[in-house]
Design a protein around this ligand. Structure first.
Ligand code: GLY
Length: 424
C-alpha cells in the first residue's frame, strides 16, 4: 500500500523509519516532511492544516493509509475528512481529539467516571480566577484549557505568581484562544510516567509501553518548559502487570465514557500519569505519539509498525496477537539550538552529521534541520533526537552520549542528565 506520514519533526522521522521497513509499505510519502525524511520518504510541501489539500494529495498518489503525527491536524478533523473519502488513518476523529484539545473536557470525564486526577476548578472569568488564587495553598498549577504546544502549564509558587499566570492566559492572551478558559489545579508531587495505549473504534485497548520524558530545559529539572529534552523507554518502575493495571484504571474508563457519548476513540491514547504517595493520578491526555518519546519507543518495536497502526485504524487491533519488543532500554537525548525555548538562531552549521559512525542500535532522528548548499544546518529549536538501545538503562545512556560526543555543532545544547532517576 501507499502510505502517508503527516508532520515534519523527529517523531515523524522515527515513524517514517519504522514504517518504511514494513513489507506492506510500497511507497512512503511524508507531508511536509524535511530534508532528512526525504532520504526515506517522498516529501511534498502540502499544508497539513488544510484537510481538503491532504485528501486531494492522497487521492492523487493512491495513498490508502495515513499516520498523523502532530495534534493540530487531529483536532482540525483531518481523520474525519480522510475517512469520509475511504482513506484509513491512524489517529482519533475530531471529537475524540477533544481529550487533548480541552483539559476541562477531560477533567469533566474524569469527574463523571471516577478517574483519579488532581482537584481543580475551571474559570472563564479573570476576576473570579484571581479571587480563587487568594484562597488556595501553593504551589498550584494554572493550565490554559486549549492547545499551547506544551507551554500552557504554569506552576505558581505563591498568589502573585498565580495571578500573573492567570493574567498571562486570560488578559495577555499569551496562548491565544487556548487561554480564554483555564483550570487551577492542585500541584501533584511524584514521579511522572507516560502511558501509551493503542485503541481501536471497537473499544479494544492494547497497552503498548511506558516512557518518561524530561520537559525542562536545564539539568536537574530547572528552567523553562520545552517540548521535551529527552526520554527513555520503558519506565523502569512500571512492570508489564502495572502497565495493564494503569491502562485499566485510566484508559478504559475514558474510552468507555467517550463510547457512551457516541465517540469511538481510536489511535494513540497517551496518558500522562503522576505516581503520588496517594496513588496514581491523571495529569493529561494526548491523542498522538509523544515527541521525543516516540524516538525512544519505536527503536524497541521489532514487529511490523505499519501493520499495528493500521489495525488500530480499521478496528482490528484484536488481531495483533503480540507485539515483539526488543528487551533492551532505549534512551533519546534531544539536541537543541542554544537559546531554545526562547530566541535562538537558525542556519547554524552541523558539519559532520553525514559522516558520524552509527552502528545499528543507534539512531539520529532529525527534528529541525535542513540542507543548505549541500550541508546540514539547524532549522528550529529542537534539532536532533539521538537514540540508542542498551542492555541496561546505564548502557543505553552511555551509548546515546557517545553518539552525541561525535556530533560537531558549536551552537547545540543538550542535557547531560537524561535518565538521572535510574541511570547512575
Ligand atoms: N513529550 C511531550 C509530548 O509529546 O507532548
Amino acid at each position: 500500500m501507499n502510505v502517508l506520514v503527516v508532520g515534519n519533526g523527529g517523531r515523524e522521522h522515527a515513524l517514517c523509519s519504522s514504517i518504511q521497513e514494513s513489507p506492506q509499505c510500497e511507497k512512503l510519502f511524508c507531508i511536509p516532511g524535511s530534508d532528512a525524511i526525504a532520504s526515506i520518504a517522498e516529501c511534498h510541501p502540502v499544508n497539513i492544516n488544510d484537510n481538503q489539500a491532504v485528501v486531494e494529495f492522497c487521492k492523487q498518489r493512491n495513498i490508502t493509509f495515513v499516520a498523523v503525527g502532530p495534534e493540530f491536524p487531529l483536532t482540525n478533523g483531518l481523520v474525519d475528512d480522510l475517512e469520509i473519502n475511504n482513506i484509513a488513518a491512524f489517529g482519533p476523529d475530531q471529537k475524540g481529539a477533544m481529550l487533548e484539545k480541552s483539559k476541562i473536557y477531560t477533567k469533566e470525564i474524569c469527574d463523571e467516571y471516577d478517574v483519579p486526577t488532581g482537584r481543580y476548578k475551571k474559570f472563564d472569568d479573570f476576576e473570579e480566577a484571581c479571587e480563587y488564587c487568594a484562597a488556595i495553598s501553593f504551589p498550584a498549577v494554572i493550565k490554559a484549557d486549549g492547545l499551547a504546544a506544551g507551554k500552557g502549564v504554569i506552576i505558581a509558587q505563591n498568589q502573585t505568581e498565580a495571578e500573573q499566570a492567570v493574567f498571562k492566559c486570560m488578559k495577555e492572551e499569551a496562548f491565544s484562544d487556548a487561554g480564554k478558559e483555564i483550570i487551577i489545579e492542585e500541584f501533584l508531587e511524584g514521579e511522572e510516567v507516560s502511558l501509551f495505549s493503542l485503541v481501536d473504534a471497537s473499544g479494544f485497548i492494547l497497552p503498548l509501553t511506558t516512557a518518561q520524558d524530561h520537559k525542562k530545559i536545564n539539568e536537574g529539572e530547572k528552567g523553562l518548559n520545552t517540548g521535551g529534552m529527552g526520554a527513555y523507554c520503558p519506565a523502569p518502575s512500571i512492570s508489564n502487570d502495572r502497565l495493564r493495571a494503569l491502562s485499566n484504571q485510566f484508559v478504559a474508563p475514558i474510552v468507555k465514557a467517550l463510547q457512551n457519548r457516541g465517540i469511538a476513540f481510536r489511535g494513540m491514547f497517551y496518558a500522562g500519569i503522576i505516581l503520588t504517595k496517594h496513588g496514581p493520578r491523571l495529569l493529561e491526555v494526548n491523542v498522538r505519539f509523544g515527541d521525543p518519546e516516540t524516538q525512544a519507543i519505536l527503536p524497541r518495536i521489532r514487529s511490523d509498525v505499519l501493520e499495528i497502526l493500521r489495525a488500530a485504524s480499521i478496528g482490528k487491533l484484536n488481531q495483533i496477537k503480540e507485539i515483539e519488543w526488543d528487551h533492551r532500554y532505549c534512551m533519546t537525548v534531544v539536541m537543541s539550538t542554544k537559546g531554545y525555548p526562547e530566541d535562538y538562531p537558525r542556519g547554524t552549521p552541523m558539519p559532520n552529521l553525514d559522516i558520524i559512525n552509527l552502528s545499528p542500535d543507534h539512531y539520529v532522528f532529525h527534528a529541525g534541520t535542513k540542507k543548505q548548499n549541500g550541508n546540514w544546518v539547524s532549522n528550529g529549536g529542537r534539532v536532533l533526537a539521538v537514540s540508542s538501545l542498551g542492555e541496561t538503562i546505564n548502557k543505553a545512556r552511555d551509548n546515546v552520549y557517545s553518539t552525541i560526543d561525535q556530533i560537531e555543532w558549536k551552537d547545540g545544547y543538550y542535557r547531560k542528565d537524561i535518565g538521572y532517576r535510574y541511570a547512575k
